[in-house]
Ligand binder design. Structure first.
Ligand code: FAD
Ligand code: NAP
Length: 435
């Protein structure tokens, strides 16, 4: 009997799950990948920075999975809106939730909601052309910007702010966004870590790229680059060496300046109507290793604060969710009978694209071992196609997604820009695939 599985979410975790199901199953298997957007690949399309073209090429691998005869892509279908968990369990033997982590973590400081205080999730969505964010949402009219957090997302955001529009013109950045980047008034970018260089979460390769920026001088204060101890893993030693080498550099008058700061925590975003400054407190580690304030303050005259302090999953209707870990509780991927989880929703918003492959493989091993038992599969009694048709939902097919891709390639040709320029907005995408 053919095993029918629904995977919810077409990011790396969802697609690696589909691949593992097809490759690991001893018997025939059919996988439907259901995705709320008309486009697949999750954060590979709407997260990975536009200038990281070699990482984006992972989409070529994911595409081959969607093209397997056992796998179907159903775009524009949202769990919780078009289908419920009960619907899915009637249509499939098992369901794997892989909806990632779509929202920002909060700082919890006064002024966080002022206009000009922006979650990195929104800013990334903006420059990646996510249909949830209007391309006219951001105007970079402030000469000074603070980016809070020293992880790889903060590094991406800083790079996009520091580069010229010309440098990004051959990428897939939406054209309206590129025009706004061309009008950017940003002169100074402050990237702020609440602990020291040895605790920063960015990786060495990504950090080094900042040092290669041709449009910005990168500065580190010597006193903030001091690190006690030497017994660090190789990656961290590398970060420390790079940051120390920057602390010896003199600015050479490039149009923009990036200050990488450490041992400062945000305590208040200042401003009456909109952001006018960021108040920071110098920090140190307590004996227990916690970040504590020293009572010494500093204010940066920034007009925009980008909060890049991590992503967070959101609960799916009808699916268990832990408010403590902000993930779906599971045992090796098993949530409940016939329900499974993979990717960032399973283990939290950390790890690179490849981490999701082994993670998905674990979930699939659990699923196959459960469903090969005597109780076996759920023996689906309903058809998802019929259910969606009844509800007036017409999923975007893989062929229609290819038409969107073709329209993006055509747009790039027309504009004389690179291989692809993103179409923005659901309407534009649907017009491209359903003329
Ligand atoms: C800004 C950013 C940049 C990154 N850059 C890199 C990088 O350069 N290199 C690297 O290795 N890693 C990078 N990562 C990490 C990498 O993107 C993640 O490890 C990976 O995308 C997580 O995969 P996922 O499938 O769990 O989630 P996602 O990629 O977020 O996929 C989840 C999918 O589920 C869909 N979905 C959500 N809710 C529903 C619903 N209710 N119904 C149906 N579908 C739904 C979403 O639309 C999305 O397509 C980056 C992460 C971020 C945030
Ligand atoms: N090129 C790439 O490979 C790439 C690109 C982008 C993202 N990714 C991956 O995607 C994942 C998510 O990245 P991310 O940057 O969003 O998260 P992250 O790596 O967890 O970094 C979050 C940063 O925010 C800081 N932070 C958290 N709460 C804070 C607070 N209240 N005040 C001040 N600072 C705070 C953290 O500092 P503390 O350490 O002190 O908590 C840390 O510096 C990571 O695994 C990352 O490697 C990879």
């Amino acid at each position: 009997m053919t095993l029918r599985v629904a995977v919810i979410g077409s990011g790396p975790a969802g697609i690696y799950t589909a691949e593992a199901l097809v490759k690991q199953s001893a018997g025939p298997v059919e996988v439907d990948v259901l995705e709320r957007l008309p486009t697949p690949y999750g954060l590979v399309r709407y997260g990975v920075a536009p200038d990281h073209t070699s990482i984006k090429s992972i989409a070529g691998y994911l595409r081959r999975v969607l093209e397997l005869p056992e796998v179907r892509f159903l775009g524009g279908v949202t769990l919780g809106e078009h289908l419920s968990v009960e619907d899915l369990l009637r249509c499939y033997d098992a369901v794997v939730y892989a909806t990632g982590a779509m929202v920002d973590r909060k700082l919890g400081i006064p002024g966080e909601d002022l206009p000009g205080s922006v979650a990195a999730t929104d800013f990334v969505n903006w420059y990646c052309g996510h249909p949830d964010v209007d391309p006219s949402r951001f105007t970079l009219d402030s000469p000074e910007v603070a980016v809070i957090g020293v992880g790889n997302v903060a590094v991406d955001v800083v790079r996009v702010l520091a580069k010229t529009a010309e440098e990004l013109s051959s990428t897939d950045v939406p054209h309206d966004v590129l025009e706004r980047l061309a009008d950017s008034q940003v002169k100074a970018i402050h990237m702020i870590g609440r602990r020291g260089p040895e605790h920063a979460k960015f990786t060495l390769k990504e950090l080094r790229e900042l040092g290669d920026l041709t449009n910005a001088d990168v500065c580190v204060r010597p006193e903030e680059a001091v690190v006690l101890g030497a017994d660090f893993p190789r990656q961290i030693r590398g970060n420390i060496e790079v940051l120390r080498s920057w602390s010896d550099r003199e600015p050479v008058g490039r149009p923009r300046r990036l200050d990488v700061r450490f041992w400062l925590r945000p305590v208040e975003i200042l401003g009456a109507e909109r952001v006018e400054g960021l108040k920071l407190e110098r920090t140190r580690l307590s004996e227990e290793g916690r970040v504590v304030g020293t009572g010494e303050f500093e204010t940066l005259p920034v007009g925009m604060v980008l909060r890049s302090v991590g992503y967070q999953s959101v609960p799916l209707p009808g699916v268990p969710f832990s408010r403590e870990t902000m993930t779906v509780p599971n045992e090796a991927g098993r949530v409940r009978e016939r329900e499974y989880v993979a990717g960032w929703l399973k283990r939290g918003p950390t790890g690179v694209i490849g981490t999701n492959k082994s993670d998905a493989a674990e979930t699939v091993r659990t699923l196959l071992s459960d469903l090969s038992g005597p109780s076996g599969a759920g023996r689906p009694s309903a058809s998802v196609d019929a259910l969606l048709a009844e509800r007036g939902v017409h999923p975007v097919t893989y062929a229609e997604w290819q038409a969107i891709e073709a329209a993006e390639a055509e747009l790039a040709r027309t504009l004389g820009r690179g291989e692809r320029v993103k179409l923005v907005g659901l309407e534009a995408m649907l017009r491209a695939c359903r003329p």
